[in-house]
Design a protein around this ligand. Structure first.
Ligand SMILES: C[S@@+](CC[C@H](N)C(=O)[O-])C[C@H]1O[C@@H](n2cnc3c(N)ncnc32)[C@H](O)[C@@H]1O
Length: 182
């Protein structure tokens, strides 16, 4: 299956963590669950989905998003149409069969997962300190031993840096992302 995540229909390109998603797919055991918190128009999930399908590991992929945008998306034309979730689903059509879409706030969605049941969670939702802190606190116990908790925008947002520093013991910064093995 060929990659399509670079296509223009995905709009803004914030996806600079392909190396982390490749690690998730490579190290995940067969049937493992991987959660993306913050999927927007689907670019990053499009990459993850193709890699997951190519792996033939039957990975369970979840896209968690309110589909209402973050603070920095206020006034975005795509939100004005009220069709964000439809746009996401349409954009990822080639991999739709491999993705579970949860149109919920991150902390609510986390309650649908048992503790230690998820191989990897990648947080790329709100970048506000309180929200990132809440996301980490809600998702960290869901990750199984040896699995990964990671997130985006460590470089550009003080709130992300502070929340990660306060709540995650040991972590590594990879480009604009942070990652810890549980
Ligand atoms: C930066 S975008 C995600 C970009 C995407 N990962 C990519 O690279 O294409 C952030 C997304 O997080 C979502 N979001 C913000 N706060 C959220 C929350 N509390 N719960 C769930 N989703 C949230 C927004 O709706 C937005 O779609």
């Amino acid at each position: 299956m060929n990659h399509f995540y670079h296509e223009s229909r995905f709009g803004e390109n914030w996806f600079d963590y392909a190396n982390i998603y490749l690690r998730f797919v490579e190290e995940a055991p067969p049937g493992a669950t991987i959660v993306e918190v913050g999927s927007w128009r689907g670019r990053s999930m499009a990459f993850l989905g193709v890699e997951a399908i190519k792996s033939q590991k039957r990975l369970q992929l979840y896209a968690v998003d309110t589909f209402r945008g973050s603070m920095e998306h206020a006034g975005h034309p795509q939100l004005a149409t009220g069709s964000m979730v439809g746009h996401f689903l349409g954009n990822i059509k080639p991999i739709l069969h491999a993705v579970h879409c949860l149109p919920l706030p991150s902390t609510e969605a986390s309650k649908l997962f048992d503790d230690k049941s998820v191989f990897a969670v990648f947080i790329d939702a709100s970048h506000q300190y309180e929200d990132v802190r809440a996301d980490i606190m809600h998702w960290r116990n869901k990750v199984q031993p040896g699995g990964y908790l990671a997130g985006h925008d460590f470089g550009g947002y003080d709130g992300v840096r502070r929340a990660v520093a306060e709540t995650v013991g040991l972590y590594t910064v990879v480009g604009q992302s942070w990652i810890t093995q549980c």
